[in-house]
Write a protein that binds this ligand. Structure first.
Ligand SMILES: NC(=O)c1ccc[n+]([C@@H]2O[C@H](COP(=O)([O-])OP(=O)(O)OC[C@H]3O[C@@H](n4cnc5c(N)ncnc54)[C@H](OP(=O)(O)O)[C@@H]3O)[C@@H](O)[C@H]2O)c1
Length: 412
């Protein structure tokens, strides 16, 4: 220790000219002091004595070196920190190696969790939304006549994009476009009638014709159906099975295929495919097996396209909503955990163009991490019970409505 403490005497004497003396006291002296601190890191006593010598020297030899209070307090802080670090090192050295290993692992996971939390706060609340007009001046939305798709159409118009609306019902399409134009007068809108459960090739041809010459920069693949109510796989009839696969899987795939070439040509675009928590957040969705499987397709399809086209300037994303208050979910009233379609779409707009997979409504992402922290078997069991309840209610409702259909008033 003493040999180390004598190190200062072996260093060159301070320069004589006034200017050099100033530089020396302000910078070189502290720098040398730091070098010494580092050399004595593992010896807290040396550090204390060094600090004392430094402070004494500074005030005795050149009072002007104390004339920089910021530098002085900076150094004092560092001294305390270095001392703490040195003590910690001493303590660690005295511990068995397994304790050190556990401490290192614990600190690493704490760091990881803190980093993830800070990142979540930033991307959820602070990160600015992308300027969607930079992708192109038109957006195409499938299934815009109700639910999430309808709210997306309004939000996109609010951002100044023109719209290609693709739906099956011409009256509903007209009603939506009129409502959008009443609110955002400048929006140009083209309606394309396509029944995704019908002749899909014909429908895709109509979409291709409608977007000819338009710079469609944003595509929202929203159209989708689920079961009327929960049921076992063997209870899914031929028609429902065909529709689920054709609308959810084929529809999204082929609309993407129709819109992508234009984006590739312009080297820019954002594609949003609406997935579902049924396939990604919970480990299984019993009694909705085919629906969940179609959404698992959407998830993987999006992820692969994200990697394929990232370098071509096209941002592909799978959005993963949990329950949203729509007719598909059979939920009328929104709540904190079940947003309205407007609430969902507002949150969703801020995510377009960023991560390949996201759950835009923040309480949903909290539920997602909760679901991840529970054992899968517990969630499976809860979900099965929950869906069996939905099935029972659905069957009851169905048999009641059949009963009403068969009932004929007598004596009329
Ligand atoms: N709501 C939720 O809780 C939830 C959760 C996770 C994921 N999602 C996903 O979000 C997307 C939208 O769901 P949503 O809840 O908003 O559903 P929704 O309220 O039932 O609206 C569905 C939209 O798709 C249209 N559509 C249905 N079948 C069609 C067909 N054969 N051809 C053309 N258009 C058709 C509907 O048209 P009409 O107006 O003519 O019926 C409507 O515009 C779906 O992909 C769904 O899987 C929803």
């Amino acid at each position: 220790m003493l040999t180390r403490l004598f190190l200062p005497s072996s260093s060159p004497p301070p320069p004589s000219s006034e200017k050099h003396r100033h530089i020396y006291s302000r910078f070189l002296n502290p720098l040398r002091f730091f070098g010494l601190i580092l050399a004595n890191l593992n010896d807290p006593h040396s550090i204390k004595i060094l600090s004392g010598v430094f402070l004494f020297n500074s005030s005795q030899q050149d009072p002007s070196s104390l004339g920089s209070p910021r530098l002085f307090s900076f150094l004092l802080e560092r001294i305390t920190l270095v001392q703490m670090a040195a003590c910690l090192m001493e303590q660690l050295k005295a511990q068995p190696s397994w304790v050190v290993l556990l401490l290192v692992l614990g600190s690493l996971s704490l760091f990881k969790v803190t980093f993830a939390l800070l990142k979540w706060v930033y991307v959820t609340f602070l990160r600015p939304a992308k300027n969607l007009k930079k992708y192109g001046s038109w957006a195409l939305v499938t299934g815009p006549t109700d639910g999430i798709g309808r709210s997306f159409a309004f939000q996109l118009a609010r951002k100044g994009l023109n719209l290609v609306l693709v739906g099956r019902n011409p009256d509903k399409l007209k009603e939506v476009s009129d409502a959008i134009q009443a609110k955002f007068g400048k929006t140009q809108i083209r309606n394309v009638v396509v029944d995704f459960a019908g002749d899909l090739s014909e429908g895709i041809k109509r979409i291709q014709e409608a977007i000819e010459g338009l710079d469609v920069g944003v595509l929202i693949n929203n159209v989708g159906i689920s079961y009327p109510y929960a049921r076992f796989f063997h209870e899914v009839d031929e028609q429902l099975l065909k529709n689920l696969i054709q609308i959810n899987v084929e529809g999204t795939t082929k609309v993407t295929q129709a819109v992508l070439p234009g984006m590739l040509k312009r080297k820019k675009g954002a594609i949003v495919n609406i997935g579902s928590g049924a396939a990604i957040v919970i480990p299984s969705d019993p009694l909705y097996a085919v629906y969940a499987a179609t959404k698992a397709y959407i998830d993987q399809f999006s992820r692969c396209l994200y990697v394929e086209y990232k370098k071509s300037g096209i941002d592909v994303q799978c959005q993963v909503p949990l329950y949203v208050a729509t007719k598909m979910a059979s939920i009328r009233k929104s709540s904190f955990l079940v947003p309205s379609t407007d609430g969902y779409a507002r949150a969703a707009m801020r995510w377009i163009g960023y991560e390949p997979r996201c759950t835009p409504y923040w309480p949903h992402s909290v539920l997602w991490s909760l679901a991840y922290s529970l054992p899968e078997s517990i969630i499976d069991a809860w979900r099965l019970g929950f869906c069996l309840g939905i099935r029972k209610k659905g069957q009851l409702k169905e048999s009641n409505s059949k009963g009403r259909l068969h009932w004929r008033p007598t004596g009329a």
